[in-house]
Design a protein around this ligand. Structure first.
Ligand SMILES: C[S@@+](CC[C@H](N)C(=O)[O-])C[C@H]1O[C@@H](n2cnc3c(N)ncnc32)[C@H](O)[C@@H]1O
Length: 277
């Protein structure tokens, strides 16, 4: 695995970052149950950012192919928005795991409030060593979370271990699209530093999945449906920006703002689907 931006994220530090982001958002009224980009089916789609964000959850859910008899693991579940949507729309039982204690607390509160606590439960833990028995899930989803994990191979191996034979994995990741530069665009570097993220190498995914014992079902560049439009929407004045205190930022010139990414179309998004044979 070659990450284009080299600092390896430390799970405990990522957990603290998301603790701060969660508490700040709850405090200043910017709380959002989803923490991922949007998916627009066509360039002229008039869907709002909020609708497009739910649409990306649904794009993943379609590939999970789960129903009320299924048990789903949401790896890097955030504050529960996607997991609760899967539970509500499919009837599946959802277990979420996040490295942020504050996210887990909030996600369980949202599950209670939505009347879904009997079907959706969120727990604190590290995706690098999942606290679940072998073969205990019919499907695993990981929406924009593997980007923060120190070893993609380890995450995929753990996902494969907890899947039953025939179980499906669907995830999104970020990568640098061709033609790749020797040094990634400064805005991509800034994004990676601010959010403790590394980029995947799309070429590595076939081998990563193979070594994890998973069979590739699909590897799709969904950038045209997701990234640039998301950053355009987030750059609108009403959307606000990133808050330095939540990011633990003291070095203000290095603070990432969504508008930094406008026109940086090499910042790509991958949709990966696999099955445990
Ligand atoms: C960008 S957020 C996405 C959250 C959620 N999937 C969503 O779409 O709303 C990244 C998530 O990955 C989680 N995460 C990062 N590293 C992790 C790790 N090592 N183990 C478990 N969760 C982790 C974070 O705590 C956070 O919940």
């Amino acid at each position: 695995m070659t990450d284009s931006v080299s600092t390896v994220p430390v799970p405990e530090a990522v957990g603290k970052l998301y603790d701060r982001l969660t508490l700040t958002a709850l405090d200043d009224g910017t709380f959002n149950p989803n923490i991922h980009i949007g998916f627009w089916d066509t360039p002229d789609s008039e869907a709002t950012l909020e609708e497009a964000v739910d649409r990306l959850t649904d794009v993943l859910t379609e590939r999970l192919a789960v129903d009320e008899s299924s048990s789903v693991l949401d790896v890097g579940c955030g504050v529960g928005g996607p997991g609760l949507r899967v539970a509500r729309r499919t009837g599946a039982r959802v277990t979420g795991i996040s490295i942020s204690q504050e996210q887990v607390k909030t996600a369980n509160r949202l599950a209670e409030e939505a009347g879904l606590a009997d079907r959706a439960a969120f727990t604190h833990g590290d995706a690098m060593k999942l606290p679940f028995a072998d073969g205990s899930f019919d499907a695993v989803m990981a929406l924009e979370s593997i980007i923060h994990m120190p070893d993609r191979q380890q995450v995929l191996t753990e996902a494969a271990r907890v899947l039953r034979p025939g179980g499906r994995l669907v995830l999104t990741d970020i990568f640098e699209r061709a033609p790749r530069k020797e040094v990634p665009h400064p805005s991509i570097q800034k994004f990676c530093r601010n959010f403790m993220v590394t980029l995947a190498d799309a070429d590595d995914y076939v081998g990563l999945l193979h070594r994890s014992g998973l069979r590739l079902r699909g590897l799709l560049d969904i950038t045209e449906h997701t990234q640039q439009r998301t950053f355009q929407e987030l750059s609108r004045p009403a959307a606000g920006g990133e808050r330095p205190e939540a990011l633990g930022q003291t070095n203000l010139p290095d603070l990432f703002q969504p508008s930094d990414m406008l026109g940086v179309d090499e910042f790509g998004c991958l949709l990966v689907a696999a099955v445990r044979p």
